[in-house]
Design a protein. Structure first.
Length: 267
């Protein structure tokens, strides 16, 4: 049974769910050469200033001429130093929808390219991806290739100080429940306010002894499967409790783990 709390209530038909995804370190190259990055055109335009500050610092670092230092700041292995070129060309590079740009376990399971057009349109309004450079952006917002994570360090810039209050305010203004599938390093760059109707989803596995344990690889795979099912079924979700009921009906085992947290058991 869900806990009794006001943040579970469905408060009206105007409410619409927002699912927050983490990004991926691995990305697809290329994109549309007819368009370029438009920071003000991304979802949550109130974050445009923080985006411009972070993007400018990232480009400056990539163009500093000290590849080893830049790679260390961004946590890039020496074997991948060549990826700094993408950061240097951030404002000139081709762009593509974020949901197509990111690859890796979660996004492979989501397989956005194979979704019907109506399912992709549903993601436009209901799914956001939290980028370390751009903050939360819409699933179909067009972004360039880049290399930066939540744990990267940019010279002269404190990411948490810049992003945390701005993202928290943006998420707090969302009309409807927020389903947080982000990793904890991205939550630190912008937690959902306690006053917002929200839930953090933690993927776990149940062992033979009945004890649940956190996962890594299957964590991402299960989240991708969840969002794919959401896109295909397009349920009308206006509360956290409705999300849990829908996930259960979709064959995904969910358990409340206290206020603002739900455990999703991997298949």
């Amino acid at each position: 049974m869900p806990p009794s709390a006001s943040w579970l209530r469905d408060t009206g038909p105007e409410r619409a769910v927002l699912i927050l995804l983490p990004p991926s370190e691995s990305k697809r190259t290329g994109g549309s050469v007819r368009a370029r990055l438009d920071l003000a055109g991304l979802r949550f335009p109130e974050l445009a200033s923080a985006r411009a500050t972070t993007a400018a610092a990232l480009v400056e670092l990539a163009r500093s001429g000290d590849a080893d230092s830049a790679a260390k700041s961004l946590g890039i292995p020496r074997t991948l130093v060549g990826e700094l070129a993408a950061n240097a060309a951030l404002f000139e590079s081709p762009v593509m929808p974020a949901i197509d740009r990111y690859t890796g376990v979660l996004y492979d399971a989501l397989d956005a390219a194979s979704l019907p057009s109506e399912a992709r349109r549903h993601l436009r309004h209901t799914v956001a991806v939290h980028s370390a450079v751009f903050g939360p952006i819409g699933a179909l917002d067009r972004i360039p290739d880049y290399r930066m994570s939540a744990t990267s360090r940019l010279p002269g810039l404190r990411l948490r100080q810049l992003w945390t209050p701005a993202v928290a305010a943006a998420l707090g203004a969302v009309v409807g429940p927020v389903i947080d599938l982000r990793s904890e390093s991205y939550v630190a760059l912008g937690p959902v306010p306690d006053t917002q109707q929200s839930v953090f989803v933690r993927v776990v596995a149940e062992g033979p002894d009945g004890v649940t344990r956190a996962l890594n690889h299957f964590n991402k795979h299960t989240k991708g499967m969840l969002v794919r099912a959401f896109a295909l079924e397009r349920p009308r979700i206006r509360s956290v409790d409705a999300f849990v009921r829908w996930a259960t009906s979709a064959g995904l085992r969910t358990e409340y783990a206290g206020n603002h947290e739900v455990q999703l058991l991997a298949p």
